[in-house]
Design a protein around this ligand. Sequence first.
Ligand code: ADP
Ligand code: G6P
Length: 483
Amino acid sequence: MSKTIIISNRLPVQLEIHNKEIKSTPSIGGLATGMKSVHSGSNDLWIGWSGLTAENIPTELEKDIDAALKEHGCSKVNLTESEVDGFYFGFSNRTIWPLFHYFLEYAEFELTNWEIYKAVNQKFADEIISKADDDDIIWVHDYQLMLVPQMVKNKKPDISIGFFLHIPFPSYEIFRTLPWREEILLGLLGSDLIGFHTYDYERHFLSSVRRLLRLEVSFNEIHIDNRIVKVDSFPMGIDYKKFSEAGKANSLNTIENQSDFQQRLNAHKESTKNAKLILSIDRLDYSKGIAKRLKAFEYFLNKHPKYKEKVRLIILAVPSRSNVPQYQLLKKEIDELVGRINGEFSTVNWTPIWYFYRSMPFENLIDLYTSCDIAWLTPIRDGMNLVAKEYIATRTDKSGVLILSEMAGSANEMNESLLINPNNFEQTSEALCKAINMPLEEQQERNDILQKRLERYNVEKWANDFINSLKNQKEAGNIYVSR
Ligand code: ADP
Ligand code: G6P
């Protein structure tokens, strides 16, 4: 029986070793949470990095680590410290991530990191080649592994390979600045199917292929080496049932069953006479626009002082990629902004911002989604943004307002939210006023439409659509006869 092999840098769990004990925690990020919901474990294999470096794995624990990962249907690729530095913190997160999110000024073009990126991609490819049979389906994920499809195709030309990019693909004018642009495109073109979250990213990719490789592109098919590579958009959904059921269960909880965190949120609501809670949840990443959001909040409080003591902003930022200098600088900037705004506006009864810099367990995430009247998500660029979808799915009484940046991939499917340009403080501030004053019926009308759409286009459908399209591509026989 053929199996599906998922390959991504991040596995759904991260391992740590404390006093010779293996500890596993769920990985944060859209790729991990999304794919976790469709990874069956029984007939699938998920290959990735465990989060540990080879130097930190005691030989006597190697077997236990493999067993711990096997429980999750996973298998590891071991990376050394210098590989993690050059491949993960280096080329993936100091070159590709900023470039693909249009932060050109942050992108570093280091030859050494590129060489390590190639070597590590080969390591992942070798692992696949050693584990895959010819009738298996190989599904490679994200920007850390863009050379893998070609590396596998070279050794196993008959195997089906799909690739999905979870981040934006930038416009040709941005992409062309990358010194290794042709190699990246050719790496991706080892796939039979390449998927993006939105049609715009797909269009940008096709345009780069056309202009940089001068390959024949007809509609969404690329002709290369007597093969046809199909390119399509597949907007990723969420595990709708999981979030809506968690939202429902949360609202039915008796006080005794509520988490401590939930009780504190409730107590806050009572003590502040139902001041509106505004929520933002992101990894601490410059692409998420957290610093701009704080400045927009300051602008809003200055412009509309009547809302002082009537609103509170909860910022939950998950530590991310903290070895990369831009992330360290951003952390400092956010700490200072929160301090400044709280210092400027706090009263004895009120602190405008609650700031949490940590990861939270799933149930606390749900506590926040269900307790906050407004979700305010303002990425400067975001491949998709699943938090926006998760917030709406948990609102089982259909109350709540989503303010969402039009620069997030999810904005394409969430027109009923209040869409804003995160650089426009005036518009953002007006959206906050509108959200605070939106009548309940209007909230319910908007959320009803959004929920129906999210339920239909859930993560399972997303994965099935991608895999079926890949299978069709194979069945149709992707042999191209040159005209
Ligand atoms: P990205 O993939 O760029 O991090 P997304 O919004 O697409 O952004 O996905 C983030 C995922 O991480 C969501 O599924 C969300 O539930 C999860 N998540 C975000 N913040 C936290 C947190 N503090 N604790 C636990 N999970 C979180
Ligand atoms: C985004 C990327 C993922 C990545 C996640 C978390 O969602 O698309 O590939 O796994 O962020 O980032 P990290 O660097 O911790 O894996």
